[in-house]
Design a protein around this ligand. Structure first.
Ligand SMILES: Nc1ncnc2c1ncn2[C@@H]1O[C@H](COP(=O)(O)OP(=O)(O)O)[C@@H](O)[C@H]1O
Ligand SMILES: [Mg+2]
Length: 278
């Protein structure tokens, strides 16, 4: 779905931000891109959909070279959810906002009406709301509804849950995961929240100084403390605790697995007492 081939990029008057970067994301993958501030995560996400173009090397989006494909054509394939919904929202009603990108892409009016109605229902929004008055979580849902209404094959999320409370975060991420599993939408999620990465991503790319330090299944990367430290990323708590407990906890990754491993170690009595309390 996305292929980077020896990509380098730098902003005008700046240093090289991305250097000789190559990776491939398959259709249907859920990939997290992690790394410290300034590592180049947002730059990569903008290179994927032609908002930025490589200075050397090539980026292919579903086989289309972003250097020679019009941005309008790339935008039909790749939906982009900004970290800050206020950079995305530009219309005065929720209804108009959700319809905006579909209109730009030339969708027929009846199809737009149908999809706006469906999006309002799915995301629990009202068409006549003034978007800028709504809560942060609602504004993020409005922005996401507009992006998803266009049925992109690739969804790029740049820090999608910043500023959201726990329930808002779960609500948005569960919906995205459902689309990934059922509609096979490819997801590239930039995040520095390792709990979120652990819960939702299948594969992780670790970035530092514009270079790829690591690339692998989420369980492998989350357990690789030296790698995370090198990338200046704080590991998720459960894998980190499991590592501290040693080899017998090597397979522990989730809260449930940790609970079961502790029960296993301490004997069945404690295990039963714990279960009764749940
Ligand atoms: N618009 C810009 N103009 C100049 N330099 C930029 C711009 N955006 C980002 N940079 C620089 O590029 C590097 C990578 O930034 P970015 O991709 O935003 O990293 P991240 O998203 O991982 O925090 C940083 O050194 C940052 O200062
Ligand atoms: Mg960023």
């Amino acid at each position: 779905m996305i292929r980077f081939e020896h990509v380098s990029f730098g902003y005008p008057n700046g240093e090289t931000t991305i250097e000789d970067l190559s990776f491939h994301i398959q259709k249907g993958d859920f990939v997290a891109l992690i790394g410290a501030n300034g590592a180049g995560k947002s730059t990569i996400s903008r290179l994927c959909n032609g908002l930025l173009r490589p200075l050397s090397g090539r980026v292919y989006l579903d086989g289309q070279d972003t250097l020679i494909t019009p941005t309008s054509q790339l935008a039909k394939k790749a939906g982009f959810l900004f970290q800050n919904p206020d950079r995305q929202i530009c219309e005065n009603t929720v209804e108009a906002e959700i319809a905006f990108s579909m209109k730009v892409q030339g969708w027929p009016a009846d199809k737009i009406r149908e999809r706006v109605a469906a999006a309002l229902e799915t995301f629990d929004l009202q068409g006549d709301w003034f978007p800028f008055n709504r809560s942060r979580g609602e504004r993020q849902r409005i922005a996401l509804a507009g992006v998803l209404a266009c049925e992109p094959e690739l969804l790029i999320l740049d820090e999608p849950t910043t500023g959201l409370d726990y329930l808002e975060c779960i609500r948005i991420m569960d919906h995205i995961k459902m689309l990934n599993l059922e509609k096979k939408i490819t997801v590239l999620m930039v995040s520095h929240d390792m709990e979120l990465v652990q819960d939702y991503a299948g594969r992780v790319l670790v970035l530092s100084g514009g270079k790829l330090l690591g690339d692998g299944p989420v369980k492998e990367i989350m357990k690789n403390e030296p790698l995370l430290r090198q990338a200046r990323v704080l590991p998720a708590q459960i894998p980190s605790l499991a590592l501290a407990f040693g080899d017998r906890f090597a397979d522990v990754f989730t809260i449930r697995e940790m609970y079961e491993a502790i029960c296993r170690e301490k004997g069945r009595g404690i295990c039963r007492a714990g279960r009764e309390k749940e």
